[in-house]
Structure formats: structure tokens, C-alpha cells
Design a protein around this ligand. Structure first.
Ligand code: PHB
Length: 389
């Protein structure tokens, strides 16, 4: 019964979308459901700051119509994300819903499918979030697979032979581990163990001790944005840097938001990531300056999902001439290409996945502060897990 009334409510919302375009004065609403508090609060704050900066720079109008951004905090709890998204779709009649992190995007997915509402996943690193069953979803963040296969091959070619994996125990971590292990072992390396650390209140110390006792030459680590600072502190406290164990990973372990406070134990850490605040382009220099002016933090790789998510929505509205039905918007988004502060990006028209450069980077001091300095580029990388199918 409840399901049915939800379905009716959602169908009405879909109908409302169809007539939205007729009211030229009304704003197009964009609803963004994010974890502004809770275990992944730092993630939501970066997405929010990125989205707001885009509007500040480009104005609150697209296709000649006002844009109203409504941001809701789901406190990192997927049940909340679902309820808030339902309210945004049914009551606020948003033209587009924005979602993330992985569990929340998965909770919201069926609502966007039923109501035919375009759903821009501004943060999720898990491949399966975008799939053929949710045709209105598109990703502007990254997948862990995009980065982990590249660092796996790089490690094997650059002297790593025996690796221990330390992985935050949830979906993107499992994906980082699977893709890394596949690439690294195919290239001749050996994974001694995979150690899983809880997502909530992580204490890395005992896991790091266990990892050290196994005698690896390298640690491959995935922790989500917001936890790299704690990780780095405990890595140094346990003396792993002094033990000569190399640290590598996807870009998450050198989160630009945390890097300034992570300490010199991080010098020399090598990652394959989508972004660095030190990325050398005019657009990025302007982005970092404007972001730091508006917020008490450095933009990190997460912020781009919000910034580019807003660009994608604005550009799609322009292309449809302001039409907001999900089919028109998603069709407009497919194949879209543009320059982001992270570099050139596009939306794969077949999979609705982001295609982007992956940069090898090394932590160095620039003007006395820790930054990831990019030293090699893999161009236009697709989600490897979708290419296999
Ligand atoms: C995710 O939601 O999948 C996610 C969030 C933060 C990260 C990586 C992945 O750093």
C-alpha cells in the first residue's frame, strides 16, 4: 500500500516535470542530498562547496531560467537520503536530483528511475552504482577502478614485489582492492594480505601493526576522503615510514583537504588519482584561488564532482532549451565533453560514466606545503569494470 502511494506520488512528480517548462518565471530546482554530517561529513562539505562555487562563478541562471539549489544533509545515512530525495522529487518537484556517497546514491537510484528524474551522482567511487537498471543516473565523480588498476601496474613496474592492502571496509574499498589485486598480480606482484578496517571511527593502529609484521615492501591503502589525516598520523606513529615501507594508493590517501596537516611522513607517497590542487592549468589555478577564498579549506578531488555536476546540469538545460524531463536531460548529458579544473572530462554516451585523465602523482613540498605533484598522465580513462562486460 505504502509502495503504491509512493509510486502514485512519484508519477505525479514526473507529470509535473513535463509541465515545468511552461512556467517561465518559476525556478528550476536542483536537489542535492549529501552527507554534510556523520561519518562522511567532510565529503559532503567538499561537494557542496564545489557546487556553490560553480553557481557563484556562472550565475544562478541556465537556459534563461533561474536555478535554485536545495541542499539536504542526510547525515551519511542512506535511509535519510531516500526520504529526503523522495521529498525533493515529490514536494519540491526538482528538475534534477544530485546524490552521493555510494550507499546513498544506491538508495536514491530507484526513485530517480521510477520518477524519470535525472540523477547526477556527484560522489561515488563504486562502478555498480551506474548500471543499465538506472537509466537516469550519470556520474561526475570517479571510480576506484579507474585509479587502482593504473597504480597496480605502476607498482609492479617500479620495484614493489610484496604488498599488503589496507582497505576501508565498504563498497568502494572492495572495488579498489579487487582491481588493484588483479592488475598487480597479473604484472607479477604478490599480495600478502588484505586487511579491512571499519568505515566508522577507524583506528588504523592495530591494522598497521599487523601489516608491518607481514614484512611487505609496499602498502596499498584505500581510505575515503576525510580519513587520510588520521591514517597518516597513525602510519607515522607506528613508524612505517621509517621501516622503509612504501605507501601507494588511489588519490584518496592524499586528500588535498587533509594534506597540509599530514606531516612529512607523507613525502614521496605515490598515487594514481583524478586531481591535485597543484594540477597545472589556468582553470585549476583560478578554481583553487576562488575555492580557498570562499571556504576555509583546499579543494580536494571530491569537490570536482559537485562543481562539474553543476556544469553538466547547466549545459544539459542549455542544450534542451530548458526542458527538464529526465529523458531529454540524460540524452543531453550523454557524450558531453568539457574542461574541468581536473583536466578534460566527458560523459561516456554508452555507460553514462565519467571518462577522465588519471594522473600519477608524488607528494612533495611546494612553497613549504605538502602537495601532490603530478608527473605522468593516462588520458581519457574509462571505468575498467564496465569495459570488461
Ligand atoms: C564513495 O561514496 O564511493 C566514495 C566516497 C569517498 C571516497 C571514495 C569513494 O573518497
Amino acid at each position: 500500500m505504502l509502495r503504491r502511494s509512493l509510486f502514485v506520488a512519484i508519477s505525479c512528480a514526473a507529470a509535473a516535470h513535463a509541465v515545468n517548462g511552461a512556467h517561465a518565471q518559476e525556478a528550476n530546482k536542483i536537489g542535492l542530498v549529501l552527507p554534510l554530517t556523520g561519518v562522511l561529513g567532510p565529503v559532503g562539505k567538499q561537494v557542496q562547496a564545489g557546487a556553490q562555487l560553480y553557481m557563484q562563478q556562472h550565475g544562478a541562471t541556465a537556459a534563461g531560467k533561474k536555478i535554485e539549489l536545495i541542499i539536504k544533509d542526510d547525515a551519511s545515512v542512506p535511509d535519510n537520503s531516500k526520504r529526503l530525495a523522495q521529498e525533493l522529487i515529490v514536494n519540491d518537484k526538482v528538475a534534477v536530483i544530485g546524490s552521493g556517497i555510494t550507499p546513498s546514491a544506491m538508495a536514491i537510484g530507484p526513485l530517480s528511475t521510477q520518477s524519470k528524474t535525472a540523477n547526477v551522482v556527484t560522489v561515488s567511487g563504486t562502478s555498480g552504482v551506474i548500471n543499465p537498471n538506472n537509466p537516469y543516473m550519470v556520474r561526475t565523480s570517479f571510480t576506484l577502478g579507474q585509479q587502482s588498476g593504473i597504480i597496480g601496474e605502476w607498482a609492479a613496474k617500479n620495484g614493489s614485489k610484496k604488498i599488503v592492502i589496507v582497505q576501508s571496509d565498504w563498497a568502494p574499498g572492495a572495488e579498489a582492492t579487487a582491481v588493484f589485486t588483479d592488475a598487480f598480480t597479473k604484472a607479477g606482484g604478490q599480495v600478502l594480505d588484505t586487511i579491512k578496517v571499519p568505515l566508522q571511527n577507524p583506528d588504523f593502529s592495530p591494522f598497521l601493526q599487523r601489516a608491518r609484521d607481514l614484512g611487505p615492501d609496499t602498502l596499498f591503502v584505500f581510505v575515503p576522503a576525510g580519513q587520510a589525516g588520521t591514517f597518516a598520523k597513525q602510519f607515522a606513529e607506528r613508524g612505517l615510514d621509517k621501516a622503509g615501507i612504501k605507501l601507494i594508493g588511489p588519490g584518496d590517501i592524499v586528500d588535498d583537504n587533509d594534506l597540509p596537516g599530514m606531516g612529512d611522513a607523507m613525502l614521496g607517497v605515490v598515487t594514481a588519482g583524478i586531481y591535485s590542487a597543484a594540477h597545472d592549468s589556468k582553470l585549476n589555478k583560478e578554481y583553487v584561488a576562488a575555492f580557498e577564498k570562499a571556504n576555509p579549506m583546499r579543494p580536494n578531488f571530491i569537490s570536482l564532482g559537485g562543481y562539474d555536476g553543476m556544469h553538466l546540469i547547466y549545459a544539459a538545460l542549455d542544450k534542451t532549451g530548458g526542458k527538464t524531463d529526465g529523458d531529454a536531460l540524460i540524452n543531453a548529458m550523454k557524450g558531453m565533453k568539457w574542461e574541468s579544473p581536473r583536466g578534460p572530462i566527458s560523459i561516456d554516451p554508452d555507460t553514462r560514466e565519467i571518462v577522465q585523465n588519471i594522473y600519477m602523482g608524488k607528494v612533495e613540498k611546494v612553497n613549504g606545503q605538502l602537495y601532490t605533484v603530478q608527473f605522468a598522465t593516462f588520458e581519457a580513462v574509462k571505468d575498467p569494470l564496465k569495459m570488461k562486460k
